[in-house]
Design a protein around this ligand. Sequence first.
Ligand code: ZN
Length: 212
Amino acid sequence: MVPTQCGGCGEPGTDWCGDCARTLTDSPVRLEPRVEIGVAAWALGRYRGTYRSTLIAMKEHGRRDLIGPLGGALARGIVTLSQWGEIPDGDTLTLVPAPTRASAARRRGGDPVAAIARASADRLGRRVAVADALATSARARDSAGLDARARVANLSDAVYVRRRFVPSSRIVAGPVLLVDDILTTGATAAQSCRVLAAHDLHVSTVVVIAGA
Ligand SMILES: [Zn+2]
């Protein structure tokens, strides 16, 4: 028998404890990434403590059950940012998950960022949609362990818009949010925004679970 443990703090007897749930209701924080993205980037919290341990449990230890709580936290963060005027008003809102290298996603049992985005959209109602429009070509290596400049070079021309989203009118009109799990240098977000803009999709805000 595998004992039940909180995915955030390891407390036995629960999958997700009240303390960790409360931590993920922190107000969003504005990030200052080293790589210029061109739009504001926000995180639900800093990549440490509960945020870090929860993301590691989900991504590295197969805790897919944490996608629900993380999607709920992202949904609350989006509502807060809308109330602050950091997300433009619109009839619809489209969440575009940042790209995950296909083989990395397979190894982790499906793209967790897209799953978090869908869990978030489910909570936000039918005016919020997920457009899984971005992918990376096989040339992009996993960026773990690369410094900022290497990450930019590694991603150069490797992020692309999936064919079924071209032309971009296939993505509903209205504000577009780029969502990711972690923002470190900002290189992935910057490249993603550039590639989307080339297809006339202008990201208004970047929102991530945790910022470095
Ligand atoms: Zn906990």
